[in-house]
Structure formats: C-alpha cells, structure tokens
Design a protein around this ligand. Structure first.
Ligand SMILES: Cc1ncc(COP(=O)(O)O)c(C=O)c1O
Length: 395
C-alpha cells in the first residue's frame, strides 16, 4: 500500500470504498497513477469529465479566469455567469438559471422553488413525489427524495414532504398526488439506481398528469444532461419539457458547478429567498461555458450517441459469449452490464489489473460512464479488456 493510502486511512473519514489506486494525472480518457501506470477511464469522475481530463479548452478557460477574477459576492454582476446562463437558455427549453455548486444543492434549490410555487399558486402545497431507486444527492432532504432505503435508514427521521413511489408506474404517481402535492421530481433515466430506462410513454404520461393537476415537473438531469445520453438533454428524447431542470456533473467537465433551470412560470424566487456564496463564481462558470460551447459546437452529444451504440453493441456481443451476463442496457454513454451473480467487484479488480477503470453500480452490475469525447479505438480497447477480464472470472 502506498504511503498516500495509509495517510488517507489515518486522516480521512471513511465514506467510500476506494479502489486501491492513487491517481495523479489525467489527459483525455486516460489517467495515470503515482507509479506512472496508465488506465483507460470508463468511470469519468462518475459521469463528470464530459470532455475528458484536462481538456485544453477547459484548462485554458480556467487558467485565464484564475488570473482575472475567481470569486465575487453574488451582489455583483459577473460576465462568465451571465454568458453561461445565456448559453444554457438558448440551448434548452428553460428560461431562467440559478447557479450553485453541486447536484444535491441544485436539487435542494429546485425543491425550494417548487415549494415557493406551491405557496404562491397551489394553496401552500409542498409535497414532492419522487421515484424508488432514484438518486438525487446526499443532503438530508435529497436523501428523503432519493427512494433508496440504504441511504435513508442511517439518518432517520428524515425531512418531511417527499413521497417515494414505484418508477415507471404512472398510476403510482396518480395515487400519491393530493392537494399537498406541488411537484413530481424524476431522473429521465435513473443513473445511480441501476441505469433504469423509462418506458416509452412514461415521461409523457407524467407530463400530462402534472399539467392536468397544475403541478410542476422537475427533471433531475444531473447525470443525464450535457450530452451524456446522446442528446444535449435527455428530455429531448422523450417528447416532454420539464418546468424545472437541474444540472451539475458534466456541465463544467470536472470543475464543481450545479444549476437550476426553470420556465418563466416556475421561476418564482424573489431577492433574498435563495442564494449561494460560491454558486455561479466566475471560475466555475468560465469552465462551464468552455465545456458547453465545445459540446454544442462539436456535436459531442452526437458522438456520445454513436459511441454509446458502438459500446452497447460490443457489450451485447460479450453477452452472447458469456452466459452469466444477464442484461446490457443504457442510453448514449450511460450504460450498464448486469450479471447473474455478485461479481461486479471482482470485475472492477480484473479490469483494473488490465488497465481499465470501471464503476461497480451494484454487487451484480457495472456502469460505463466514460468521457463523451471517446472514440472507437478506446471503446475497442475497453471491450478487449472486458473480454479478457470476463474470461478470467469465468475461470
Ligand atoms: C441524478 C443525480 N442527481 C443528483 C446527484 C447528486 O449530485 P452531487 O453528488 O453533485 O451532489 C447525482 C450524483 O450522482 C445524480 O446522479
């Protein structure tokens, strides 16, 4: 074990089961450890490094902004913030933006916005209906929103105002709706909860129900947004428009940022009702602008779609070869491979030994969320390593 890993055990709170590698450098879809060993990165900072590691345009924007203006209070106008907000609005169905620092913070803000809307227009309605197996973040309210008991049980009692119902079941949403409901909040494709795809008509049915009841639809596109699923935003593929959308992860290709976007009708905050000291700082927004501009100008979402299909086809080929692969599913470069038994950890290690980083999604499933700029050669390389690793496990 390296000295760094011993020091981590001594000084750091143990909140994650780490992979025993200390990464010191990244470039494109590759990272290097402290001994100079190279890895192909199909974890991508948990779907964050949309343009890969240290993309020249992002690195340049950050370096330039770091020498110009890093942070001011939000009492002042700053140009990177406004430029990024304009670019987001011009390329989405939403009208207004608020910036923060993470996905959980964006979702908290989205729920606050929906509660304000409820107070103003729905007789004080405050409840938000969310889905089982969803993941919306780690703050207490977002743990209550995330329909997964493993995240909720350690922290009971949870904040009130969230009802978790079965995903892909419109009737469950209908029965949970009451005069206290102000919004439904969903991931278009559930990421952390298993890469679970919606049925073709589910999101449209939810949209129609929200319209009928006069409540808001919040889409959490923190993992699916910014090109990950093959379009700039996943909602585009399902023929629905949210009233509120949250973003984070891939928006600044690795620099921390979060965003709440809302239609004019749902943009009901007034001065003093919400805020964030670091949210929308010039440094993060310069990185966000450089990332988003590059993604739009170079159709990186189109690449994610193409490479996602290529990866899924290759994985389905492996499924035909290895009977213990029970499913391959996904959308763009958000792809999961499921096994008949709990071999995901063994696969993470087998791939690591061969120079590929993959994410253990569940004891019996892996998730592939590489940078959106990957090419065929890198997908072929990953598939080759997966093939060898699966063979080694099959014995
Ligand atoms: C869909 C979704 N929402 C929210 C979050 C929380 O984001 P953060 O970890 O930046 O708070 C995540 C993180 O995995 C996510 O996938």
């Amino acid at each position: 074990m390296s000295n760094w890993q011993e020091l981590e055990h001594k000084y750091f709170m143990s909140t994650v089961e780490r992979v025993p590698v200390t990464l010191v450098k990244g470039q494109g879809a590759r990272v290097w450890d402290e001994d100079g060993r190279e890895y192909l990165d199909f974890v991508g900072g948990w779907a964050v490094n949309s343009l890969g590691h240290c993309h020249p345009q992002v690195a340049e924007a950050v370096a330039k902004q770091a020498q110009t203006l890093i942070q001011t209070s939000n009492q002042f106008y700053t140009t990177p913030q406004i430029r990024l907000a304009e670019l987001l609005v011009q390329n989405s169905c939403l009208d207004k933006v608020f910036f923060c620092n993470s996905g959980a913070e964006a979702n908290e803000g989205a729920v606050k916005l929906a509660r304000r809307y409820g107070k103003l227009y729905l007789n004080g309605a405050y409840e938000v209906i969310t889905a089982m197996n969803s993941f919306h973040g780690r703050t207490l309210a977002m743990v209550a929103a995330s329909g997964q008991s493993k995240f909720q049980q350690p922290y009971l009692p949870l904040p009130v105002g969230f009802i978790n119902v079965e995903y892909n079941n419109i009737e469950a949403i209908k029965s949970a709706t009451s005069k206290e409901t102000c919004a439904v909040m969903l991931e278009p494709v559930q990421g952390e909860g298993g890469v679970n795809l919606p049925d073709d008509d589910y999101l449209a049915a939810v949209r129609a129900w929200c319209d009928q009841m006069g409540i808001l639809l919040i889409l959490d596109e923190i993992q699916t947004g910014i090109g990950r699923t093959g379009t700039l935003f996943a909602y585009e593929q399902y023929g629905v428009e949210p009233d509120i959308m949250t973003l984070a992860k891939g928006l600044a290709s690795g620099v921390p940022i979060g965003a709440i976007l809302a239609k004019d009708k749902a943009s009901v905050f007034t001065p003093g009702e919400h805020g964030s000291t670091f949210g929308g700082n010039p440094l993060a927004c310069a990185a966000g602008y450089a990332t988003l501009k590059f993604i739009i100008d170079n159709d990186i979402a189109g690449n994610a779609k193409k490479m996602g299909q290529y990866l899924a086809t290759g994985l389905k080929g492996l499924r035909r070869k290895f009977q213990f692969i029970t499913d391959v599913r996904g959308c763009g470069l958000l792809v999961a491979m499921e096994f008949s038994s709990d071999i995901a950890q063994a696969m993470v290690t087998a791939c690591l030994d061969r120079g590929l980083l993959v994410n253990r999604l569940k004891p019996n499933a892996l998730r592939f969320i590489p940078p959106l700029i990957i090419g065929k050669g890198e997908v072929d390389e990953a598939l080759g390593i997966l093939d060898k690793s699966l063979s080694s496990i099959a014995g």
